[in-house]
Design a protein around this ligand. Sequence first.
Ligand code: PMP
Length: 442
Amino acid sequence: LATMLRVSRTTAINAYRQLERQELISTKVGSGTYVSNVTLPAAPNPCVPWPQLFVPSPNTQLPSIIRELMASAATDDIISLAAGMPDPSLYPLKNFHRLLVQQFSQLNNSDLGHIPTEGYTPLRRALASMLVNKGWAVKPENTMIVTGSQQGLYLITKIFLEPGDYVVVESPTYLGAIQLFNAANARLLSLPAAGRLPLDLLQDYLIRYRPKLLYIMPTFQNPNGRVIPLEERRALLNLAAKHRLVIIEDDPYGELYYSQQPPPSLKALDHYGGVIALGTFSKIIFPGLRTGWLVAPETVINRFALEKQYIDLHTGNISQKLLYDYLSEGLLDSHLTFIRAEYKKRRDVAANALKRYCSPHLDFTLPEGGFYFWCTLSRGILARQLLHEATKVGVSFVPGEAFYSDTSGSSEFRLCFVTHHADQLVEGIKRLSKALQVLANN
Ligand code: PMP
């Protein structure tokens, strides 16, 4: 034990004695030391009525039917095209392994204390310079590192929204945002996310309801993949500036383009200082790193920091330092080139398979980037029914209703094409076509 743990012999002997005193091990002279058969004390009968102590929670859950179906879809033999997850086999594991070993071998005690709530300073600087290279007017003080962009969304909700406030959201939009805004008891106004940006409708909302925020994903929207063209981005910003509307621009997928680069982000074009940008390394490196970021005016960052202190004081040092090392070695660009090429292949393989096997029953548009196909079912087939059949034959997806703040989306669904390699994707789509056949023949 002393050699394995690199501790002195005396420390190891003391540790054994302590374990023996606690009856966790027993020693037989001439035979060896054995782990005792520990019997855990029986759990006391609960006499505290836990659920009654919870504060009332608003109804923010997915419709229960969808939750049930998703739970049944999460078994091993199912090809899940549901979660928006990058392919784990493409994570840059080798480099992260090397950086982690390097980090631990050079670690000082002082590296393991608390750091500023806004984030690890060198990482904030690196992030700011990365964004400046993309044409953003941003200083490190305008940035904040958060525990995933989901936490960024939480902070936004917490500091801006009071019950009854209006928020404009796209329709469909990111499920996690709908749930948060609902939890804050905000009132949601829907802006259709297909076709041209409906600025007349937005203007109408601005005049009639004075919404606090517009939450929007202009690039490779989740779930429908739409990209807002440059001219419409400018027109949106002009309208927002006129009404002093705060825009929350969420952009986890912008770097994942499969043909040409998308137009500059709203934040890069922001001429009135009203855009708060939200980004993440979850989709382009790996989600377990839990490193997202916010860009906002310094006053707003200060307020975010105050709120974040209540939650976790700061995002983990080790993740932040690892990410900083990864970015400083210039490794992100080549990884992006690699995953763009791989995901593009998968998108094309999946699109061909969808056309070949599912064609008369569903329609989809080829996304120019991001993770998802947004499919529309024909002939009155409901996505829920399809999911029910699909899980029986071993494939799953997210039904469209999850992405709407109202009851729309019953004949739509989202398929993620990046998590599995090409063969499995095709197999998943073949299974989907079987499920479609069952419903079409009914
Ligand atoms: N925003 C959008 C649009 C997303 O799709 C996701 C992840 N599904 C998030 C935010 C949250 O990502 P994370 O917390 O992993 O950064």
